[in-house]
Design a protein around this ligand. Structure first.
Ligand code: PMP
Ligand code: GLU
Length: 397
């Protein structure tokens, strides 16, 4: 029999859905993807060039497990300049994607039965990572009416003597919420008071709109920094999802533990990718800003379209590249005698009838919502929204 650990694990719905849409497309289905969790842009040319040079120069051997020094120095500089965070290279660990940085962090902190608080809606993998580490996820809902901001009072109620950590993600996947400085400060102070850690996943930090500002929680005080693992990566900021590179910054003791795990799991991240990441951080940042502006234009269009649809509301989220309209008024509605009961069934209806792929909110502990990614061209977004509106109008509410 397979391990208890694996038997308790749910598959990643986001990853599975991407494979399913690919399959339908191969069979000729004209599907518009709103399920995508990656930028629809190519990696900037100067970053690709650095990778080609690395190959030509024979930079193809193992690197140090925590990452090559040149890259860790570039990351330290970035953290100081962008986030007002001071870390030395030995307090930084480069990993194969932010995913690996996160699981290294969770495995380093969590023992059997330890509780890890996760504000919801949340990205699909946090809960499963905690379960893999034999910890107990403690889910604390945020409210749509409060813009999905952290509910500090509810988090206070969830803290117990078993609380080991909290995992936060701002800008948030799937809600798009960007947490306020005030709420981050309160959470940080709570962590100091009750002696728990903070895993802060900041992979969408560059994708904020409407003058919104991303705050790194570890920058708020020395005591907060002492108990925070800041996670970041190259996938979203530099359109480098396939290159697989992320990193963690934390006090040395934690980084050493994470490094120990990584040393047995995968060793250092891909050497060529690391070279290109140095270029990503130290080269021109123009393409990054161009990409952000495109997302902003799409976000505004999508938001307007969604809020103009009947029986549907959508919160004006200022970060990442997702919106999660509330579709719960369609639950109980009928099409061809079939009742649509939840976000799964509504998403299936939209895939079938409107030929658009969205992620059911249930995947993110957001049962009233569906997630729409605007990592797609304006033209496709327009066409997809036309189709969605038409399909929803077939439902009798
Ligand atoms: N955190 C969040 C919130 C994400 O949406 C993703 C996307 N996959 C990741 C982490 C993982 O990123 P990476 O590609 O760097 O592993
Ligand atoms: N993070 C993306 C998403 O939420 C990519 C898929 C995944 O790794 O979960 O869709």
């Amino acid at each position: 029999m397979l391990s208890r650990r694996v038997r308790k694990m749910n598959p990643s719905i986001t990853v599975e859905l991407t494979a399913k849409v690919e399959e339908l497309r191969k069979k000729g289905g004209d599907i518009i993807s709103f399920n995508v969790g990656e930028p629809d842009f190519n990696t900037p040319a100067h970053i690709c060039k650095a990778a080609k040079e690395a190959i030509n120069q024979g930079f193809t051997n193992y690197t140090a497990v925590p990452g090559m020094m040149e890259l860790r120095e570039a990351i330290a500089k970035k953290l100081q300049t962008d986030n007002n965070l001071v870390y030395q290279p030995h307090e930084i660990l480069v990993s194969t994607g932010a995913k690996q940085a996160l699981i290294n962090g969770v495995l380093s902190l969590c023992d059997f039965g330890d509780e890890v608080i996760v504000p919801t809606p949340c990205w699909v993998s946090y809960i499963e990572m905690i379960k893999l580490a034999e910890g107990t996820p403690v889910l604390v809902a945020t409210k749509e009416a409060a813009g999905f901001q952290l509910d500090i009072e509810k988090i206070k109620e969830a803290v117990s003597d078993k609380t080991k950590a909290v995992i936060i993600n701002s800008p948030n996947n799937p809600t798009g919420a960007v947490y306020s400085e005030g709420s981050l400060r309160e959470l940080g102070e709570l962590a100091v008071k009750h002696d728990f850690y903070i895993l802060s996943d900041e992979v969408y930090e560059k994708l904020v709109y409407d003058g919104e500002k991303h705050i790194a929680i570890a920058s708020l005080s020395e005591a907060i920094r002492e108990r925070t693992i800041t996670i970041n990566g190259f996938s979203k900021a530099y359109a480098m999802t396939g290159w697989r590179l992320g990193y963690a910054a934390a006090p040395e003791k934690i980084i050493q533990a994470m490094n120990g795990i990584q040393g047995h799991m995968t060793s250092g991240a891909n050497s060529i990718t690391q070279k290109s990441a140095v270029e990503a951080l130290s080269g021109s940042q123009k393409t990054l800003e161009d990409m952000r502006k495109s997302f902003e234009e799409r976000r505004q269009y999508l938001l307007k379209r969604l809020n103009n649809m009947k029986n549907l509301t959508c919160h004006d989220a200022k970060g990442a590249f997702y919106l999660i309209p509330n579709v719960s008024r369609y639950y109980g509605s009928q099409y061809n005698g079939n009742v649509i009961n939840n976000s799964m069934e509504l998403s299936e209806f939209l895939l079938d009838k409107a030929k658009i792929a969205v992620v059911p909110g249930a995947a993110f502990e957001a049962p009233d919502n569906i997630r729409i990614s605007y990592s797609n061209s304006l033209k496709k977004i327009k066409k997809g929204m036309d189709r969605m509106e038409k399909a929803l109008n077939l439902l009798k509410v």
